[in-house]
Design a protein around this ligand. Structure first.
Ligand code: SER
Length: 402
């Protein structure tokens, strides 16, 4: 069983406790709670899914007055396909929840860092010796963020200066953006060593962006009408480091998924995590109203299902999503307050499996035929994917079974 190595222990704080603590902390400091929206972005938005807590707030960061005021807090479900190749490691997820705070032209970045530090250490009890921060070190357009360097220094945290690839945040090529400072927590065994830029055992948990610029098509920057602070903290990572777990998969959110995947599929640890992540993400995507298709959001859904099935079928072609029980699906539907019920979600998953199964059967014939022309090199594998929709991993899996 893939997760047998995990030490199952009672969590000191579960995800709902942490959400409540976070919201209350900021409410006590004058923030109004914004209700999180679905994963689906507004009509006309070029981005398919909500990728961060700030996404639905873009007009307000650009200056439109928000009906709830200038200090906001929320929990927003997000989906990122940019990290798909990392999923299967202990920390990256496709769908995750982001704890966010905003100062819409109200308090400054320094205030945000001091409150953030107080919340992490005094309230949530993170050991400050396990924290390290990175700060924007400047580029040809914007100088280094010395306010953050000084503030973190006064709070006693080690600082690493990094460039725009690491410490500049934007939600796309144009629009609101700014330098960010990121908080990392040590997840290695023993005393912390190195820095976030040099050791991957430093895991990012919180990002404070001083969002004060707008990027234009030509790459130039102009100041936004107001100086904002936008922060985003990954709930699952935060709760993991608070509990000292070795991955996000040990959290309450994943418990029914881990149990189900262990019960049904005999796969390795990385594949097991990927299955838990993708299946849970699929439930949220379908539950938020996406139907499978060959483009846009529906294609993301289809791709996730195919990644799940490919992962399963290279191990055992008889594995099927029809065996999934209702329990983990129901758990995720309740957690996110989704619109679709379990029956509908299972119907979509099973329908996609049948569709993919037909493609694979056709693929088996094609692969046998292709093999007649010699071994399959990279170009021919790419062609099988692009022309016939057969993923490389699946073809390699089919070859290993031949
Ligand atoms: N927008 C920043 C992020 O997504 C902080 O909210 O990380």
């Amino acid at each position: 069983m893939f997760l047998i190595a995990f030490t199952r222990k009672a969590l000191l704080m579960n995800t709902l406790d942490v959400i409540t603590t976070f919201r209350d902390f900021y409410r006590d400091r004058g923030h109004e709670v914004v209700t999180g929206s679905s994963l689906l972005t507004e009509l006309g938005d070029p981005v398919l899914f909500t990728t961060s807590g700030m996404h639905p707030l873009t007009p307000y960061l650009e200056g439109r007055p928000h009906p709830l005021g200038r200090r906001l807090v929320n929990v927003q479900r997000c989906l990122r396909t940019t990290d798909l190749d990392e999923v299967g490691d202990p920390w990256h997820l496709t769908v995750f929840e982001m704890l966010g705070t905003w100062s819409l032209g109200d308090y400054d970045g320094q205030r945000s860092l001091r409150w953030g530090h107080q919340l992490m250490t005094d309230v949530l009890g993170l050991d400050p010796r396990l924290l390290h921060v990175t700060v924007f070190g400047g580029d040809e357009q914007v100088p280094s963020d010395q306010v953050s360097v000084q503030t973190w220094g006064e709070l006693g945290l080690p600082v690493e200066l990094l460039g725009p690839d690491d410490n500049w945040w934007s939600n796309g090529p144009t629009g609101p953006c700014g330098p960010d400072t990121e908080v990392f927590c040590w997840t290695g065994v023993g005393e912390p060593v190195g820095s976030p830029g040099t050791d991957s055992r430093w895991v990012e948990i919180w990002n404070h962006v001083t969002m004060r610029y707008r990027r234009h098509e030509d790459g130039s920057l102009t100041p936004l009408p107001q100086q904002n602070v936008d922060t985003g903290m990954g709930l699952e990572r935060l709760v993991s480091v608070l509990n000292g777990t070795s991955s996000v998969y040990e959290l309450d959110l994943f418990e029914p998924w881990v149990g189900e995947v262990e019960r049904l599929f005999d796969v390795d640890e990385t594949s097991g995590r990927l299955l838990c992540d993708h299946l849970r993400s699929l439930v949220v995507v379908i539950g938020d109203g996406v139907s499978p298709s060959n483009s846009g959001r529906g294609y993301v859904l289809r791709r996730l299902v195919r990644r799940v099935l490919t992962t399963l079928w290279v191990v055992d072609p008889t594995y099927t999503l029809m065996d999934l029980s209702s329990e983990p699906i129901e758990h995720t539907v309740r957690r996110f307050g989704l619109n679709h019920d379990v029956t509908e979600i299972r119907r979509v998953l099973v329908g996609e499996e049948e569709r993919f199964q037909r493609l694979v059967t056709r693929g088996q014939r094609l692969v046998s035929k292709e093999l007649g022309y010699g071994p399959l090199d990279d170009d021919r594998l790419r062609d099988l994917h692009e022309t016939h929709g057969l993923p490389r991993d699946l073809v390699l899996g089919l070859l290993s079974q031949n």
